[in-house]
Write a protein that binds this ligand. Structure first.
Ligand SMILES: Nc1ncnc2c1ncn2[C@@H]1O[C@H](COP(=O)(O)OP(=O)(O)O)[C@@H](O)[C@H]1O
Ligand SMILES: [Mg+2]
Length: 339
């Protein structure tokens, strides 16, 4: 359904050109849920906005690539054509629902407008549809709540309203950029469950973007790990969590609490800072922070290569070498803790 080929999204700034998305390729099948994870600043949002062609142009420009949605290239499409796809076949929800809701209009008006932009319905039918959508996203007493203004909703409920608006057009693809980051843990879990139920009920493909591996573990079938504007590992959720191939992914996993753990494991923060995207390091972008980097890593910029069954990783180490280094390091660390 969606195929991104060798996409570059660069940004002109005073200091030079930020390579926010740097030669990224991937595809999304209908009905699939794909996670994109990576630290803050790795290019996730610029990538997501590229898919909707919503990055401000300038400063953002696209020196290379194709974004094929149902066979049509969004990169070369006219704005009038794009408008038919945006919020129609592809919808997006953001971290902060308040920035997308208009504070001076009732939810009812905003929802009905979203419905009638895409469907030729009478006001009465659109109203009925609005109630149905609010019910779908779990808003209790929707007939009454529709008459409220955004500020009368809690953060979690506002995010549900945003999801209802995003679903108003029955999109084939829903892009959710850090949709639960601003919410507390319980509400976060509820919103993730809601997204999963929507995926099941309507077969909507979902791209979920987050810095939180716990979120993708709960929701995604497949995961892409982003580092400094590139995809450095991609695979099934099990590949990423249990057959990790790229030292960055492993570092990211070690820096976060385990899913379902009692919270007593040792967390190891990733050393150093994400690289400067204007002048990335020579060789592998991750080499200055990588615990396994050798001389080769300062020279070779590894490409994303097949590790079996669609599991891809960008690292000069083979799976065996990586597992071996990991074992050695973990043994040393255990000694360190004991000593
Ligand atoms: N409009 C912009 N102008 C200048 N730099 C930007 C702009 N948008 C994003 N960036 C830069 O692009 C890089 C990627 O940002 P972003 O995609 O927002 O990261 P993420 O979503 O992974 O946290 C960062 O270095 C960020 O500072
Ligand atoms: Mg972001």
């Amino acid at each position: 359904m969606l195929e991104v080929k060798n996409l570059k999204a660069y940004i002109d700034v005073d200091a030079g050109v930020v390579k926010a998305v740097d030669d990224v390729s991937f595809s999304i099948k209908a009905g699939e849920t794909v996670g994109i994870v990576g630290e803050s600043g790795s290019g996730k949002s610029v990538l997501a906005l590229s898919l909707m062609q919503l990055n401000p142009k300038p400063p953002v420009f696209y020196p290379q690539g194709e974004i094929l949605f149902e066979g049509q290239n969004l990169l070369t499409m006219k704005e009038s054509e794009l408008r038919k796809i945006r919020g129609n076949k592809i919808s997006m929800i953001f971290q902060d629902p308040m920035s997308s809701l208009n504070p001076i209009f009732r939810i009812e008006k905003q929802l009905i407008e979203a419905i009638r932009t895409h469907q030729d319905l009478s006001r009465k039918d659109a109203e009925r549809k609005a109630i149905e959508l609010l019910t779908d996203v779990g808003i209790p007493d929707p007939e009454r709540r529709m008459r409220d203004y955004p500020h009368q909703f809690s953060g979690g409920m506002r995010q549900r309203v945003m999801i209802a608006i995003a679903l108003a057009c029955r999109p084939k693809l829903l892009i959710a950029d850090e949709p639960t980051t601003a919410l507390d843990v319980t509400i976060q879990a509820q919103i993730l469950e809601l997204l999963a139920s929507i995926q099941k009920k309507y077969g909507t493909a979902i791209i979920i973007i987050t810095h939180d591996l716990g979120v993708v573990a709960k929701l995604a079938d497949r995961v892409m790990v982003m580092y400094s504007g590139r995809i450095v590992e991609e695979g099934s959720t099990a590949d990423i969590f249990y057959r990790t191939s790229m030292p960055y992914t492993w570092s990211l996993l070690r820096s976060m609490p385990n899913i379902g753990s009692a919270g007593n494991e040792r967390l190891v923060p990733i050393q150093g800072q994400p690289p400067n995207l204007i002048t990335p390091p020579k060789g592998c972008n991750f080499n200055p922070r990588c615990l396994f980097a050798g001389p080769e890593c300062l020279e070779v910029d590894p490409v994303l290569a097949e590790r079996g069954n669609g599991h891809l990783a960008a690292c000069v180490l083979s799976q065996r070498e990586f597992n071996e280094r990991k074992r050695q390091l973990e043994a040393v660390e255990r000694e360190g803790v004991r000593g």
